[in-house]
Design a protein around this ligand. Structure first.
Ligand code: GDP
Ligand code: GDP
Length: 466
């Protein structure tokens, strides 16, 4: 699946130059191949890991520009209608002209997602034009130089922000297609909200699931958290009828908690109960963003606990550990040190995971637990710009480059962040198959540290650079 971009703007701002940069020489040649129709108006384009089509508006203008401004506008409108995304281009060197405002008005009225491209930004005096571009009311201008290829990482990020991840990358992401399916319900509303990834949004309810072995203290914890304000909102579509969601507010932050009644059926035989727990737990995990794993601190880290943690991580959700029944512990300092060490050793995929000691019964530690949940949720939503990533990559390549395999050094061309929730990165490299897992792990850990992303799963996909 791909999306279509129209480059719109008055004559001479650099539309053709930008078009050529995006489409590239290789693809322009394709048009001369016999059998390919000459008046094709759509060309395949690439911007790092983004693949899309650009509508060729140049032809529209040549025919009409000088003499028929009305027609030119009409043709622009056709291109806008066809496009999924507009690159509204202005000339930062010359500053705004009346025509820029006229075109901008047409673009704004279309209601299409827009990236405001401030071209010729490398030119002296372009700073003024860049500031002026804000006046168009089309959002933040992205300074680029189409001619010199500058500002392209930021342009790439602006596209993802304007369209949203799902529309940018489509459904054919082979790596984690089932993950997208699982999270579609969860983050579906983000698709229509282009700003969803721009900044951390704390207005939407944060979805939490509480999981853990029977008797770990889940029900007690949930009741302690929501207290009197318990509000049952009936069965959610898609969740088992036994599951209920609870809405409540924590310090003004809206929370939606998935409570799986199945986890608490104490009357069943133990074996059956555990089976049920896992199934219901899985459903809850899929609907949650953050999963609180409740461990009984007197008997922590049984096999089943680790299986649950592993499941959460594989589902791309962010875990937070609550060591419960802390009131029963005689040697808290000692045990805490031991548990911290164990946690890091047993769950290296989420290095820096938040682990909090609580007592569901007395209510101690619950504030800290919720702080950790929100902190982790922020990290899970975090986005690193392509520019920053590639400056980081430069350092990595200088000090710890990929190894040589069979006498040839593996090359990494660039890194981009393709996803949030959880953060997912694409590494464009020469031979993905030959890249050792150990080096991918090194990259992941280094990235986690450099951009301060503790405790959440980080996805790293290798792609062939072409
Ligand atoms: P269009 O009419 O919007 O398609 O604009 P063109 O792509 O034909 O560019 C108009 C003029 O601006 C040409 O002389 C280009 O060389 C120049 N130009 C395009 N991009 C840049 C840029 O990034 N920096 C500078 N300084 N000049 C540019
Ligand atoms: P669930 O099966 O995970 O939902 O566990 P429950 O919430 O039903 O708790 C199991 C048992 O542990 C109950 O007897 C609780 O009273 C007890 N319990 C839960 N939390 C605590 C705690 O923080 N301290 C102590 N001492 N007991 C707890």
């Amino acid at each position: 699946m791909s999306f279509k971009v129209a480059i719109i703007g008055r004559p001479n701002v650099g539309k053709s130059t930008l078009f050529n940069r995006l489409v590239g020489k290789k693809l322009a040649l394709v048009d001369d191949t016999p059998g390919v129709t000459r008046d094709r108006r759509v060309h395949a384009a690439k911007l790092y890991d983004l693949h899309f089509d650009v509508i060729d508006t140049a032809g529209f203008e040549d025919a009409a520009a000088a003499t028929l401004p009305g027609r030119m506008r009409q043709q622009t409108e056709i291109a806008i209608r066809e496009a999924d995304l507009i690159f509204f281009t202005v000339d930062a060197k010359s500053g705004l002209m009346p025509d820029d405002r006229t075109f901008a008005e047409v673009v704004r009225k279309s209601g299409k997602p827009v990236v405001l491209v401030a071209n010729k930004a490398e030119a002296r005096g372009a700073q003024g034009g860049l500031l002026e571009a804000w006046e168009l009311g089309l959002g933040e201008p992205i300074p680029v130089s189409a001619e010199h290829g500058q500002g392209m990482p930021d342009l790439r990020d602006a596209v993802v922000e304007a369209l949203g991840e799902e529309r940018t990358f489509g459904e054919d992401d082979e790596d984690d297609s089932d993950e997208i399916a699982a999270s579609e319900v969860l983050i579906g509303e983000d698709i229509a909200d282009p700003d969803a990834e721009a900044a951390y949004d704390d207005t939407k309810p944060l979805r939490i699931a509480v999981v853990g072995r029977p008797n770990a203290g889940k029900s007690t914890l949930i009741n302690a958290l929501i207290g009197e304000e318990r509000l049952l909102t009936g069965p959610e579509a898609g969740i088992t009828r036994d599951s209920i969601s609870v809405d409540w507010d924590w310090r003004g932050r809206r929370i939606k908690l998935f409570d799986t009644a199945g986890m608490r059926r104490k009357s069943k035989v133990q074996e059956k109960l555990e089976k049920l727990s896992v199934q219901d737990g899985l459903r809850a995990i899929r609907f949650a963003e953050i999963v609180i794993i409740v461990l009984d601190a007197t008997i922590p880290f049984e096999k089943q606990d680790l299986q649950i943690a592993d499941l959460i991580i594989r589902e791309g959700r962010a875990p937070v550990i609550a060591f419960n029944k802390w009131d029963l512990i005689d040697n808290p300092q000692e045990l805490l040190a031991e548990l911290r060490e164990k946690t890091e050793r047993l769950l290296p995929q989420v290095r820096g995971i938040q682990a909090v000691t609580v007592s569901a019964e007395t209510g101690r530690g619950l504030d800290k637990l919720m702080d950790s949940v929100i902190k982790t949720h922020k990290v899970w939503n975090s986005r690193v710009s392509t520019g920053k990533l590639n400056r980081w990559l430069e350092g990595i390549l200088a000090h710890h480059p990929p190894p040589a395999v069979a006498g040839r050094r593996l090359k990494i061309k660039y890194v981009t962040q393709a996803k949030t929730r959880p953060p997912g990165f694409v590494v464009s490299c020469s031979r993905p198959d030959a890249m050792p897992q150990s080096y991918v792990r090194y990259l992941t850990n280094s990235l986690r540290e450099a951009f301060d992303m503790p405790g959440v799963p980080i996805r790293m996909a290798l792609r062939t650079s072409d």
